[in-house]
Structure formats: C-alpha cells, structure tokens
Design a protein around this ligand. Structure first.
Ligand SMILES: NC(=O)c1ccc[n+]([C@@H]2O[C@H](COP(=O)([O-])OP(=O)(O)OC[C@H]3O[C@@H](n4cnc5c(N)ncnc54)[C@H](O)[C@@H]3O)[C@@H](O)[C@H]2O)c1
Length: 386
C-alpha cells in the first residue's frame, strides 16, 4: 500500500465552512482549445465546496482509504522539523497546490527514497526541482487548464483595479471619506491603451481574448508564435522578445512559467525600458520579478502600479516588502483557487491517482516530467537548468 502525503493550505480562521454563498457552481463543458475536463471515474466531494484546505482533504480521503492507502494531510511544510519533512521520507506520492507549495528541493528529493509521483493540484510545478525529479525518474504531473480561466479573470480584474485606481478609492469609502480628487487623480480608462502579455499560452491567450472587448491594442511575446488567424481575430501585435514588448505597452501581464529563462527576468534594467507609468500584473510566479526592482520602480513612480497574486517565497513573510509598497494590488495566490477551480483540479488529481493505481497512462496534457525527461505540457513550456 502507498503513503500519499498531501500538503494543503490551512482551514479558514473562522473554521471550515458549514455553508457557501452559492448552492451550486456552473458546470463548463470543456476548456478553450478543446482539452477535455478532468474525468475521474467518480468523485467523493460536492463541487463548490472548500477542498483545498486541510479539512477539505482535496476530496480524496474516502477513495484512498478504501484502497488501503495511508493518506496524510498537513499544512505544516516549512523547515527541518515540519511534519512534511518527516512524512516525506517514505511517501510514494506527494501532492500539493502551487498556492501552498510543498517545496521539493534537490535535498528533499534525495531524502524521499520511495517517492515516485509528485502531483501539482493546479498549474505550475516550479516548486519541484525538475532536474532532481528527472534524475530520480520521478513522474511529475499537474492539472493543466484546471484554473486557467480562473487566473485570466483575476488578471483582468487586477488590470482594471490598477488602471481605475479602484483599491485606494474603495479604501477612502471604507474610511468614511468622499475624496473624489484623491481617487480620480490616479484613475484612467483602459480603452485605447496598449496591453501586452509575456507568455500567450492558456492563460495569456485567455486574457487577450477577455481584453479584446475593452477596445485596447493587444500585444504579446511567446517562444511559440500564435496562428495567423488568432493574431488576425484579436488584432495582435507579435514581438520577438520581451524587450520589444515592454517598450510598446502601457500594461504588461506576465503569464509564463518560472524556469531558468524567466527567473527574475523582470529586473531593474528591463523595468527601465518600460514606459513611465506602466502597470505590471503578475499572476504567474513571484520570482519572475526581482522583488526590490518592483518596489523601487513604484516608489520612483516609473511604474504606476503592480498587482500580483504570486510571491517568493510562499507563504510570504509578514514583512515582505510587496505587502506595503505603494500603488499595489497584491493578493495571496488565490486566483487559481476559486471554488470553481478547486472542483476541477481536485477531479484532475483523482483522475491522475486512478491512472497511477490502475496502471493506466496519465494523459500527456498533465505530464511535466516522466521517464527521466520533460514530458507533455512540461516539454512545451519549461526548460531545466543545464
Ligand atoms: N496564480 C495562479 O494561481 C496560477 C494558476 C495557474 C498558472 N499559474 C502560472 O501561470 C503560468 C502559465 O500558465 P499557463 O497555463 O498559461 O501555461 P502554458 O504552458 O499554457 O503557457 C505558458 C507560455 O509561456 C511561454 N514561455 C515559456 N517560457 C518563455 C520565454 N522564455 N519567453 C517567452 N514565452 C515563454 C510558453 O511558450 C507558453 O506558451 C504557469 O506556469 C504558472 O506558473 C499561476
């Protein structure tokens, strides 16, 4: 029997919910681009319930314990004496969400002698040392597409919140004010602006499609050029590289994975190439941006705003400078964890586990590393340290 170690974020401070704002969540038929939704043989949870916190158990407890597996759930993941550090030593399968990642460093992978499968319940497996996983022939899988639209919607919200100066305007109201001039002296219409994405994969393209009705000029850069018809449909301007992109836009949204090519690519030098008053949105990974470069650019006024959903490390320490820098719209890695997204990625994890235990192949879309090399979605988007 296998030990399955599942790292989930903590329950709400008010306790695990007894009810929810909505009775049900809309069901979608398939993903944009045609990929089918997760299709496990069964699920043991109600879609729309909180699955990603410790008491939600990702909806896996009944299934795994029925098969006789040892299912351990914890939020305690940091440091040598964490429960995660102890329990991973003989775990065959480790599951975690990017929002509360179980960092699987080279050292930890070396200690986890029985580890065979690592599942990201969501998208983005950079919290796993992919080189070490390749070395040890560990399979790494993630639930591709499961929260792409969730994140795309959050990014559009962040763009509008910054450009329209929503957050501080809301703050004035909450504090009893009626400060029209204070609110509008940093407020613009998005219409007519140049908006670009660094990475036009599932999320980047979904953001471009959602922004089209705002009558903005759309730009992108990606390792792979989009089709001519997509460029025509969205009236896209393609840029060979990020340097060309940032010189041409007022709003940059970052939608690429964190890997050696993109690690801290948004640094002081690149920010200086951006137009004064650029807005930066980062729902991809915190470490794609240099922490201090963002703070300095906001303080100098070169950047008009930064809204991100991702930090480094996670969870961010209470004194992380992005919590208090001016003109920010930070959230705590929640964009891909809506109740709607949780239902999809919990189903996807169940599908992957069913395939694993029944010796069926995991669908290629979900693979990041398999048989000692990058595979599936991982081979398309990632590179590993050479
Ligand atoms: N905030 C969240 O909750 C959340 C949720 C899902 C995904 N994400 C992050 O968003 C990222 C993108 O997700 P996705 O589903 O769109 O992935 P995707 O693989 O569909 O798209 C990523 C795109 O980035 C491009 N890319 C990679 N390296 C590049 C480079 N050096 N230059 C130019 N383009 C490059 C790839 O070619 C690909 O088209 C994920 O890797 C993850 O880190 C965050």
């Amino acid at each position: 029997m296998a030990k399955v170690l599942c790292v989930l974020f903590e329950d709400p401070i008010t306790g695990y919910p007894k009810n929810y704002p909505k009775e049900d969540i809309p069901t979608i038929q398939n993903y944009a681009g045609g990929q089918t939704l997760p299709n496990p043989k069964s699920i043991d949870f109600k879609p729309g319930h909180l699955l990603g916190s410790v008491s939600g158990e990702l909806g896996l407890k009944t299934y795994l314990e029925k098969l006789g597996h040892n299912f351990i759930v914890t939020a305690d993941k940091e440091g040598e004496d964490s429960l995660f550090e102890r329990e991973m030593l003989d775990a065959e399968i480790i599951i975690s969400q990017p929002f509360w990642p179980a960092y699987l460093t080279e050292e930890r992978i070396a200690k986890a002698k029985k580890l065979k499968l690592v599942i990201t319940a969501g998208i983005g497996s950079d919290h796993i040392d992919l080189n070490a996983a390749i070395e040890k022939k560990i399979t790494v899988a993630e639930v591709t597409n499961s929260n792409s639209i969730s994140v795309a919607e959050h990014a559009v919200m962040m763009i509008l919140s910054l450009v329209r100066n929503y957050i501080s305007s809301y703050d004035y109201v909450v504090k009893g004010g009626w400060n029209i001039a204070d609110c509008v002296s940093r407020a613009y219409d998005l219409e007519g602006m140049n908006v670009g994405t660094f990475g036009a994969g599932r999320i980047g393209l979904a953001i471009l499609k959602r922004l089209k009705p705002f009558d903005v000029r759309l730009h992108y850069t990606d390792k792979y050029r989009l089709s001519a018809e997509t460029e025509k449909e969205l009236n896209l301007t393609y840029h060979e590289n990020i340097e060309s992109l940032v010189k041409s836009i007022d709003v940059l949204t970052i939608n690429c994975p964190l890997h050696p090519e993109t690690d801290e690519i948004i640094n002081e030098q690149l920010i200086q190439k951006m137009r004064k008053g650029t807005y930066l949105i980062n729902t991809a990974r915190g470490k794609i941006c240099n922490t201090d470069a963002v703070v300095n650019a906001l303080q100098s006024g070169h950047l008009a705003g930064y809204a991100g959903d991702v930090w480094y490390p996670q969870p961010a320490p209470r004194n992380h400078p992005w919590r208090t820098m001016p003109h920010h719209g930070m959230t705590s890695h929640i964009s891909g964890a809506t109740l709607s997204a949780q239902a999809r990625y919990a189903s996807g994890v169940k599908e992957i586990l069913e395939c694993w235990f029944e010796n069926r192949s995991i669908r290629t879309d979900y693979l990041i590393v398999q048989n000692g090399q990058l595979a599936g979605a991982g081979a398309h988007a990632y590179t590993t340290k050479n």
